[in-house]
Design a protein around this ligand. Structure first.
Ligand code: HEC
Length: 197
């Protein structure tokens, strides 16, 4: 029978050599409070945007409200980043803004959300998180699905059902737009948050 120390020592040595980073394959635990902070932001940032978007849709219709999504959404994400210290962004498997292309971690999360929704999970409840190594730094990453709601299809629904002014404006601003053809309930994208630990 082997002495337990023969297991513990190499593991300890590896830990010390790695400068206290978790050994490869061992997911580091999220620091206390990180998940709660991420969930808070994921609840407030899209809700605030929805308020501004709904107001503008009522005031100037979908073609006029395109500016809200174009200017206000990134602005509100930046403001939330500055306030909270979290990196905040939106991305999608079928992005409209060229900057909305998901990285590998984001793509994985979005594909899992789609699979979970297809298996019957409520899209609005889907979230995931993980501590990952990014260039030698441990980073807590969080994703929350953004389901397509009825009002979203005015700008993200099938092209033939968009109003003419919306279609023209989207085409002019986003010639490589891939973010149409959605039905209510489908996952439009996700809010992604990250912060070094
Ligand atoms: C008034 C038109 C309009 C409405 C309504 C709208 N969007 Fe968008 N959406 C846009 C535009 C324009 C962009 C590109 C923004 C940019 O340039 O950053 C966008 C981008 C996004 C993105 C970022 C990823 C990407 O594709 O570039 C997500 C996620 C998103 N919208 C989700 C939603 C959801 C969910 C709703 C409903 C709650 C919604 N949108 C309603 C116009 C709209």
């Amino acid at each position: 029978m082997k002495h337990p120390v023969s297991f513990a020592m190499p593991a300890l040595a590896a830990l010390l050599l790695a400068g206290c980073a978790a050994p490869p394959g061992t997911p580091a635990a999220a620091p206390p409070g990180y998940l709660e902070q991420a969930r808070n932001l994921a609840a407030t940032v899209p809700a605030n945007l929805l308020t501004v978007l709904t107001d503008e849709l009522n005031r100037s219709g979908p073609a006029g409200a395109i500016e809200v999504c174009r200017e206000k959404a990134p602005q509100m994400a930046r403001a939330a980043s500055e306030r909270s210290g979290w990196n905040v962004r939106r991305a999608s498997l079928r992005n409209r803004n060229p900057k909305g292309v998901p990285d590998a971690w984001e793509r994985n999360a979005l594909e899992r959300f789609d699979a979970q929704a297809a298996a019957g999970a409520a899209a609005s409840a889907l979230e995931t998180w993980q501590v990952v190594d990014e260039g030698g730094r441990q980073v807590f990453r969080y994703a929350r699905a953004l389901p397509t709601q009825a009002l979203c299809v005015q700008c993200h629904g099938s092209v033939d059902r968009l109003s003419e002014p919306v279609r023209a404006k989207l085409h002019a601003l986003y010639p490589a737009d891939r973010a149409t053809g959605y039905e209510p309930g489908q996952i439009r994208g996700a809010l992604f948050l990250k912060k070094p630990i």
